[in-house]
Design a protein around this ligand. Structure first.
Ligand code: UT7
Length: 330
């Protein structure tokens, strides 16, 4: 028995932030943002929307497209670094309730931008072990809740959104998730960090005044590591599975920066026509980035059943991962 990606769905909030909006907020320019990142717009959730609201909308679409009854879902894995609540309940439990799902295993995972690929790996193991038949995986983020809109080095990069997928069992290897690789190196824990309000620096007026609850990033150092790690990652997974870059229909990298995607694609020898690119439109949506990108290309009619996809991701932790899979959606 194999696991397969049966469906994909996404939710994009309605409020659009253009580069020109940032020119009014911080010392930046459309030219700098486009040249250094490729980002032109990003979408931001309403103050009334929490991450679970975005996740719920994406999950509804994925469930409909999989043509599966919600009660048949055995597990819900939600990847997020911006959960509804600080400790509990998990965002996955809140989403389960919104979907009317009772009794399923539900939990969140924290692997930053690599969260969706980590969730895919967990779902694959659940299904291959025979423990579960149908798993809902979600990558959802309200990055605007941890972004400091006075910090030009981070605020321009991130957007909100959610993507979801149904992972089901199949006996057809040509429709299966072939391999998922996940890894981490905590030595670089301070490259992307929210220093408070966890058990290290509790939530106090002092940490709020020092803005320690906002995301901070060593951008340039992260950039260099990202290019090398992402490249090595895709070479390894292709080699271990005896698959050439030319066999890949769609390369779906984490959407953090156009320059990173371009550098990795070139090293891989992937031409632009085979690279899924949404960073210009959505910005970096962390764990939601890959499923939102998959959904965009699926809705454009580009990703079709039986096509071979290569996912590649990198994020805070540091964490990274890649996946090789045939798309099994309709
Ligand atoms: O999703 C998780 C993984 N994340 C990533 O992979 C992100 C990786 N990093 C990046 O994408 C890039 O490093 C950034 C887009 C964040 C920054 O680009 P960069 O080419 O690495 O720029 P830099 O940080 O080296 O900064 C260059 C200059 C600095 O000024 P000085 O010191 O040369 O005077 C910055 O202060 O650009 C300045 N700068 C800006 N200028 C205008 C930084 N942010 C801005 C800005 N507008 N928004």
């Amino acid at each position: 028995m194999y696991a397969s990606l049966r469906s994909i769905g996404a939710y994009i909030p309605s409020k659009k932030l253009e580069n020109a909006d940032f020119e009014k907020m911080v010392d930046t320019s459309d030219e700098w943002i486009v040249q250094r990142t490729g980002i032109k717009t990003r979408y931001i959730a309403d103050a009334s929307q929490a991450t679970s609201d975005l996740a719920y909308e994406a999950a509804k679409i994925a469930i409909e497209r999989a043509r599966i009854a919600p009660e048949k879902i055995d597990a819900i894995v939600c990847a997020t670094i911006t959960p509804d609540y600080f400790c509990m309940p998990s965002t996955a439990c809140v989403v389960a309730d919104k979907l009317g799902i009772k009794g399923a295993m539900a939990f969140d995972i924290s692997a930053a931008c690599s969260g969706f690929v980590y969730a895919l790996s967990i779902a694959k193991s659940f299904i291959e072990s025979g423990m579960h038949q149908n798993v809902l995986i979600i990558g959802a983020e309200k990055m605007s809740s941890i972004v400091d809109y006075e910090d030009r080095t981070t605020s321009i990069l991130f957007g909100d959104g959610a993507g979801a997928a149904i992972i089901t069992a199949t006996d057809d290897k040509k429709r299966a998730i072939l391999d998922v690789k996940t890894a981490s190196d905590g030595e670089y824990q301070d490259f992307l960090i929210t220093e408070a309000c966890g058990s290290r620096n509790g939530c106090s007026q002092e940490v709020l005044d020092k803005k320690m609850h906002f995301l901070k990033m060593k951008g340039n150092e992260t950039f260099k590591l990202a290019v090398n790690t992402l490249t090595q990652d895709v070479f390894d997974i292709l080699q271990e599975n005896h698959i050439c870059a030319e066999d890949i229909d769609w390369f779906v990298p984490h959407q953090a920066n156009y320059r990173i995607i371009n550098a990795v694609s070139k090293k891989l020898g992937m031409s632009e026509e085979h690279v899924v690119l949404t960073v210009g439109e959505y910005g970096n949506t962390s764990a939601a980035s890959i499923p939102m990108a998959l959904n965009r290309w699926y809705e454009k009619g580009e990703i079709k059943k039986g096509q071979l996809l290569l996912l590649d991701t990198f994020g805070g932790g540091l964490t990274w991962g890649s996946a090789l899979l045939y798309f099994n959606g309709d």
